[in-house]
Design a protein around this ligand. Sequence first.
Ligand SMILES: [Zn+2]
Ligand SMILES: [Zn+2]
Length: 331
Amino acid sequence: MDSKAHRQDRPWSGSTVQHEVELLPEYVPDCYLCPGNTRVSGRSNDQYTQTFVFDNDHPGFSLAAPDDLLSPTGIYKNRPARGVARVVCYSPKHNLTLGELEPEAIESLLRVWQEQYLELGSRPEIAHVLIFENKGEAVGVSNPHPHCQIYANNFVFKTIENEARVSRRHFSETGRVLFQDIIAAEEKDERRIIAANDSAIAFLPYFARYAYEVFVAPRATHQSIATLSNAEVRDFAAVLKRVLVKFDNLWQMPFPYVMPLHQAPTDGGDYGAFHFHVEFHPPLRKPNLLKYLAGPEIGGGNFLSDTSPQEKAAELRAQPAVHYKLRQENK
Ligand SMILES: [Zn+2]
Ligand SMILES: [Zn+2]
């Protein structure tokens, strides 16, 4: 429906985009994420064949952060931010994106996320494990090698704290899990559902802040990815892949986004009503048009959406299930 309008707005031709994509090799000698390469720290990457996890060489924090912070004056307080920062490479291939991985490779990645959440979350000094991928130059990432990061910290990030609080309040007021009510509302409306199967669902929520914001979640309530069964991991990977392929197909380019996993804190609190989900925050409204955070968002603290979630969901729903690069190869 809207695809014609988009095509007219395009600043470049599809063939130019394809050309740029094909220029990327599978292996880049000076990429700090490619197998076998030496990183700036002097450490070398394994000759990995699937996923590869390593401690970030330049973390913004560490478990050895100093205790003796200077006390600020007046009303201000501080405490040391400690934690572990890791990098997870999705694939040895430099030129793939998450959506181009085989379903089995995405399932292995989900199992790595399960292990990391369990291992890091079990440490007494870790209160929360934030797993996230920043993808594309639009969000400041110049290296296209597919990877995500993990920040496991002695504090809980604000958005998670808010989600945990409202989930707990909703449960005490209604006896229901808030995210289950959200899924039920989306399924009842149906127009914003992007992909779904037996145990997983993806939708562009009614309350989306970004034009192409999409949530992916298991249908059953799990506090984290760690407790998903093998069948749920398989279903989740399938829905995730369908969303990612649609994103890339939208403008026939690697689709930039920030993708956090929202999981319950690991600080021993009560998180029975917390429902694990993945959120996509794509910054682009059109191929060359960023959603700028300005007066209302930064100045006022509320997102003003310039688009209708139903229309944007319809654009994604209309995208084919086969990745555009594969379709071009088959021509
Ligand atoms: Zn690489
Ligand atoms: Zn969330």
